[in-house]
Write a protein that binds this ligand. Structure first.
Ligand SMILES: [Zn+2]
Length: 275
């Protein structure tokens, strides 16, 4: 199993960080978790593509985590030479998101069907809405979902991916909660979205300060990693994007609460979990 951070950024556009997205390459195929800004550009750099995805898993429906769904749907469709339905797994609301995305794409779908003789089918998507439990189990790979707490955004889910002896947890956006703790138990990697509480409080901008109450700070994520006994904590969805020369601050804040390895994500950072 190999983990590639496709996008380590946040809602704020950044020249070096795509939106939240993580690719997990397994024997069951490429599993994509969230699909933020620029996901397919980064997937191309990692040697993957929309048409190659076994499934897309969505943690929640905040726009920064799903804004390139339309690109995945269209790119998969126009690069496949036979119908190739996209499996999308996510919280309640995912089916409506997929339906609305396909509706938004209706003019484009019409243009291409009219123009390409060999393209005789529209894009298709199979959406599955989950709250908790096993959502994929094939080829020795198991993906389990559990509810997280990103209130007032509801519902939200995190995922645990297991292959052989290895396990990876995708927290998504959440404050510390029992659902995430259950997923984390003994995992090799915890990939956690984080914000810097100290920096955001210093800015003092109400629109920005609002995000403090429904995200984990670096310290919160580290405490979750410690409670779960995970081996490595990967900090991603970094708000604000680390200024040059400040990586050590992020790592130190986490290390004060967690004894394991801490990684500050960059786009295309790759973590190998050999069999
Ligand atoms: Zn969110």
């Amino acid at each position: 199993m190999k983990v590639v951070i496709l996008g380590s950024g946040s809602p704020l556009p950044d020249p070096d960080r795509a939106g939240p997205s993580t690719l997990i390459r397994t024997d069951a195929g490429d599993l994509l978790f969230d699909c933020g800004r620029g996901v397919l550009m980064r997937a191309a750099a990692a040697g993957s593509a929309a048409g190659a995805l076994r499934a897309l898993f969505v943690t929640h429906l905040h726009s920064d985590h799903i804004c390139d769904l339309n690109d995945i749907v269209t790119s998969r469709w126009v690069t496949s030479f036979q119908p190739n339905p996209l499996t999308v797994v996510g919280p309640v609301g995912t089916s409506e998101l997929v339906r609305a995305t396909e509706a938004m794409l209706a003019p484009d779908i019409g243009y291409r069907l009219a123009h390409h003789r060999d393209l005789t089918w529209p894009p298709s998507t199979v959406a599955t809405e989950v709250e908790d439990g096993v959502v994929l189990d094939e080829g020795g790979v198991r993906v389990t979902a559990a509810p997280t707490d990103h209130a007032p955004v509801r519902p939200t889910v995190g995922y645990r991916i297991e292959e052989g002896e290895h396990s990876v947890v995708i927290a998504g956006d959440t404050v510390p909660c029992a659902g995430l703790d259950n997923l984390c138990n003994g995992a090799d990697l915890l990939i956690h979205t984080v914000i810097r509480r100290d920096l955001i409080e210093m800015v003092g901008l109400p629109r920005l300060s609002d995000v403090l109450d429904y995200h984990s700070s670096v310290e919160d994520a580290a405490a979750t990693a410690a409670r779960g006994g995970v081996r490595t904590l990967v900090l991603t969805h970094l708000v604000p994007a680390p200024a040059p020369g400040t990586d050590h601050q992020w790592l130190e804040l986490a290390s004060n609460h967690f004894d394991g390895e801490v990684v500050l994500a960059t786009d295309l950072a790759t973590l190998d979990l050999p069999r």
